[in-house]
Design a protein around this ligand. Structure first.
Ligand code: PLP
Length: 423
């Protein structure tokens, strides 16, 4: 099942063909060998969480076997090794995102915590009358923190509309961006419609009005090369478990000159320069934002996941996903009575949300599970987006580097069976 893919340079020009050996990749993932009854497991719930390769599992196991000591505080061998591994993981995330320096990576629990941290730390810069510009296609993690900020600070929260085709209404977004905008927060890729926003162009516009940009890249970083310097964002959030790594860790990237100006999110150990009973001096970023003992083992696992992904090649992975996304959307369009949330366009990432006219999404997902197909049903933490496009809930199928055309076929076959049973 070798796929010849074109690797591209920064200019987008193809340079050389690389093969993504999907059989070889699949062999690295123990969970993908599982079966559901008599069926092959077709794991198509990658937007929610990806599977983990043995290289990541082994790296975590090695860390806990050999050096499970706390970081930063010990002068003994195991603590030094643990600290080195933790900081090496930070450097690896920085390299993945092309951050200017490792200190621009703040480890968090996940994207949600990263965005909450940003909203909390930016609060003191805002005054009544200021505006935050968000969009109607956000995951709740990039929506509720801004509502809370609005209520705390008496600012205005605006939402750019979503178009019927599932894409952000850029015209509306531009019309709402103004000198009053102090923060603009938007997703790189919608976790429901799968549509991708032109984040570099949007960040440039945010910069022009003197506001701060925050990119929710939970569905971007795992799936494509992401270069924070080229994007020009001030802040960017992502989660590790959506890119082969363990649960429990994510990151807030922040331009260092901005991070330096922000107050801490939480306070306590590990985030100080000095403490007296009267006063505390906070450590510089990123420690200032990492109070308490961090998820060291998870960071080690994330570093191994990045090694794995970079071994495959982010561009090669992206091209393969786009190819499989086209196949998924083509095949879904053959299913009678299937209504897509949003429309396919060439280059659309591999996320497809839909309903069937004959059954509720939860019943569909349950039936698909019996046929070995793992998908998700619900509003996927994006109720406003569903409502805007006339859905209560949807079934969502989403792809990653180990998925195959045969698994898409398994999904389509099961959907036809659903229709036969329910219609
Ligand atoms: C676009 C997007 N933003 C934010 C999140 C929240 O991520 P987490 O639950 O890891 O904090 C998700 C999770 O699926 C997402 O897809």
């Amino acid at each position: 099942m070798d796929r010849q893919l074109l690797e591209r340079t920064d200019t987008g020009m193809p340079t050389r063909a690389v093969a993504l050996d999907i059989d070889k990749i699949r062999a690295d993932f123990p969970a993908l060998k599982r079966r559901v009854g008599d069926f092959h497991l077709a794991y198509l719930d990658n937007t929610a969480a990806t599977m983990k390769p043995r290289q990541v599992i082994e790296a975590i196991s090695e860390f806990y076997s050999l050096r499970p000591a706390n970081v930063h505080r010990g002068i003994h061998l195991l603590s030094e090794e643990s600290t080195d591994a933790f900081e090496a993981a930070r450097a690896k995330v920085a390299t993945l995102l092309n951050a200017a320096r490792a200190d621009e990576i703040v480890f968090t629990r996940n994207t949600t915590e990263a965005i909450n941290m940003a909203a909390f730390c930016l609060a003191e810069r805002l005054k009544p009358g200021d505006e935050v510009l968000c969009t109607a296609l956000e995951h709740h993690a990039d929506l509720i923190p801004w509502q809370v900020l609005r209520d705390r600070k008496g600012i205005e929260l605006r939402f750019a509309a979503v178009r019927p085709d599932g894409r952000l209404d850029l015209e509306d977004w531009y019309s709402q961006l103004s000198e009053r905008t102090k923060i603009a927060a938007f997703a790189m890729v919608s976790n429901v419609s799968g549509s991708e926003n032109p984040v570099a162009e949007m960040c440039a516009a945010v910069r022009r009005v003197g506001a701060i940009s925050l990119v929710d890249a939970a569905q971007g970083v795992p799936h494509m090369p992401v270069d924070v310097q080229a994007i020009g964002c001030d802040l960017l959030a992502c989660s590790a478990y959506k890119m082969l790594a363990p649960f429990g860790i994510g990151a807030l990237y922040g331009r260092y000159s901005l991070l330096e100006q922000l107050p801490p999110y939480q306070t306590g150990g590990s985030m100080i320069s000095s403490v007296s009973l009267e006063q505390t001096y906070f450590a510089p970023p990123p420690s200032r934002f990492e109070a308490g003992t961090p998820a060291v083992g998870d960071a080690v696992g994330w570093a191994a996941a990045i090694d794995y992904l970079q071994g495959v090649g982010m561009q090669a992975l992206h091209e393969r996903e786009l190819e499989l996304s086209r196949y998924l959307h083509e095949r879904l369009s053959e299913v009678p009575g299937l209504k897509m949330l949003g429309e396919y366009y060439p280059g659309k990432p591999g996320i497809a949300s839909f309903g069937l006219d004959c059954a509720h999404p939860h019943d569909i997902a349950q039936f698909l599970n019996e046929e070995g197909v793992a998908v998700r049903a619900g509003h996927h933490c994006a109720e406003p987006l569903h409502r805007a496009l006339g859905f209560d809930s949807t079934v969502r199928a989403s792809l990653y580097l180990y998925n195959t055309e045969a698994e898409v076929d398994q999904l389509i076959h099961a959907l036809h069976t659903v229709r036969e049973i329910f219609a």
